[in-house]
Design a protein around this ligand. Sequence first.
Ligand SMILES: [Zn+2]
Ligand SMILES: [Zn+2]
Length: 281
Amino acid sequence: MPRIDLHLHTTYSDGSHSPDEVIQFAHEAGVTALAITDHDTVEGLPEAMAAGERLGIEIISGTELSSRYEGRETHILGYFFDWQDATFEARLTELRESREQRNPRVVEKLNQLGLDISYEEVKAKAGAGSIGRPHIAAVLVDKGYVTSTKDAFDRYLADGAPAYVERESPDTREAITWIREAGGVPVLAHPHWTKRKGPELVEMCSTLKEAGLMGIEVFYSTHTKRQTSEYLELARKLNLLMTGGSDFHGTAKPGIYVGRGKGDLKVTDKLLESLRTASRV
Ligand SMILES: [Zn+2]
Ligand SMILES: [Zn+2]
């Protein structure tokens, strides 16, 4: 059964490989269709499409929007939307600007905490792509302040940690509407991230479904068997589409591979047709 991967990051957000390289990895892993889901952007899509055409891999339009639901950062994946839609593109630009405005303030907070790090160093880490917290984390690792990206987030950068700066982000319901208006299929990414489970998660998903949510990311690199079956059941119960992907970031998230996650991820291409049918593009 052919495999697909609907959650991948490249240098156009916080991944360490170009779309071209990611699609090469996908080809090697036997992936037949994929979506590049860079944060708040579709800029990597033309490069991905060119590589996909060369290697015979179907490239689906994708993105991952950062939003807030009841005060907590919540990620919504979008698929099969019109990626050249001008209104959608303008909304993405706004999101990226608010993301970039936050970073210098995070660096300032780190300086106040006594850490010697400059915004120039962070920019150098990001290269041509948009700057994000993983780049700040990478500088902290280089300088020996933390042992890993995870350590940087736990100790300084995560929501609630001392150098956290809240950014302006849309309400999750709004992010869902944006994807729907561009003809796409909005999907709740990595549901465990919401820190909700059981009835609380069901309630959140029903509320979001009323707002237009169409799917839930059931298959994911770090989901436990128990999580996967909970989300599978949830999808059936609420009649939501199921998606899956590795959330590959390259060296920014070591040990996760395109199309294979930690090694045992397999997302079947059977999921693709219902997504395609649900979209209006
Ligand atoms: Zn995410
Ligand atoms: Zn992601």
